[in-house]
Design a protein around this ligand. Sequence first.
Ligand SMILES: Nc1ncnc2c1ncn2[C@@H]1O[C@H](COP(=O)(O)OP(=O)(O)OP(=O)(O)O)[C@@H](O)[C@H]1O
Ligand SMILES: [Mg+2]
Length: 221
Amino acid sequence: MPVVNVEDLWKTYDGEKAVLKGVNLKVEPKEIVLIKGRSGSGKTTLLNLIGCIDAASKGNIFLNGCDISTLSKKELAEIRLKKIGIVFQSHNLINDLTVFENVLLPLKIAKNRDGENRVNELLHTFDLHNLARKKPNEISSGERQRVAIARALANNPTILLADEPTASLDIDNCDVVMNTFKKVNDEFGATVIIASHDPLVDKHVQRKYHLYNGKLTEDEL
Ligand SMILES: Nc1ncnc2c1ncn2[C@@H]1O[C@H](COP(=O)(O)OP(=O)(O)OP(=O)(O)O)[C@@H](O)[C@H]1O
Ligand SMILES: [Mg+2]
């Protein structure tokens, strides 16, 4: 059974033309897939729908076989917290919290008692431990990007959605991020869906799609 199964998905924002016009996508367990497409083609829109943070206009999304349109707000919030990790294109870090507190937040909300150890482990993985006490506006954009990735991984999600995760990174950090995604994929069986323009990402993925004119098609690697 696919972990993510998107069927004939449509999205129209109020008063606009449709952005997604019948998107189909099946992602099997442990796959790493890449979604490309020019700016404005709907990549973020698609990730937001899969990530249960926006509702489709038409069509269905099944996560682990469950039709998310049948879930209550509370059930959706639980899935977002425990099953899905999202790396937002705009990072969405909380400026009043330190780097450490930003990564700790989802663990606290999930009432994880071992949260602080998990944060330390993640900060080491992404070479952020020296920045633990800084606030997001006191670090570089590549560092913020890595904090956002660490936060998304905090609760060991089974579905990781990453929107332009390497946009502000150099090649070494891009490799660190992609290798971490591979590790999450290999060791924890997480499915990873990446939206990206970055050509450096291509060599790390198993499937590649592009979004054009509201439709998604698979490309050869
Ligand atoms: N909340 C919104 N309300 C209205 N229109 C929106 C909203 N969010 C996105 N759009 C429009 O939907 C289209 C797709 O936007 P989206 O952000 O999904 O594109 P994208 O492929 O992620 O682009 P980029 O590569 O620049 O990040 C764009 O035309 C955008 O202007
Ligand atoms: Mg986008």
